[in-house]
Design a binder for this molecule. Structure first.
Ligand SMILES: [Zn+2]
Ligand SMILES: [Zn+2]
Length: 110
């Protein structure tokens, strides 16, 4: 009986280890990739690209103009005729779709 108990305990321990390894794997992978970038001299923020994609327009430089303006009278008049979704330039990135990486610009100017 003691042998069975011991193997059960061992199996439980191995299962717990595998579970922990599975949970910790993405974090360890992210940590290793970040450390690899820094060891290679690449920027942690942009990965050496020197630009960061805009989060508002997702790198397209355009935004869909269907926000609070859709309640205006003019929009109601043209609603059936014109396309509801209009694209406007992203104001966050000045329609470029990306920003210059602040970390890389700091290192280049210094
Ligand atoms: Zn943008
Ligand atoms: Zn950078």
């Amino acid at each position: 009986m003691e042998h069975i108990t011991a193997s059960e305990v061992a199996g439980f321990g191995v299962g717990t280890l595998l579970l922990c390894a599975t949970i910790a794997a993405p974090k360890v992978d992210a940590f290793i990739s970040a450390s690899q970038r820094s060891s290679l001299g690449l920027c942690n923020r942009c990965g050496g690209l020197q630009v960061i994609a805009c989060s508002s327009c997702r790198g397209t430089g355009l935004l869909k103009a269907n926000g609070p303006f859709s309640f205006s009278l003019i929009d109601n008049l043209y609603r059936s005729e014109e396309s509801k979704v209009k694209s406007v330039g992203c104001t966050k990135c000045q329609a470029r779709g990306h920003f210059t990486c602040p970390d890389c610009s700091n290192t280049s100017t210094s």
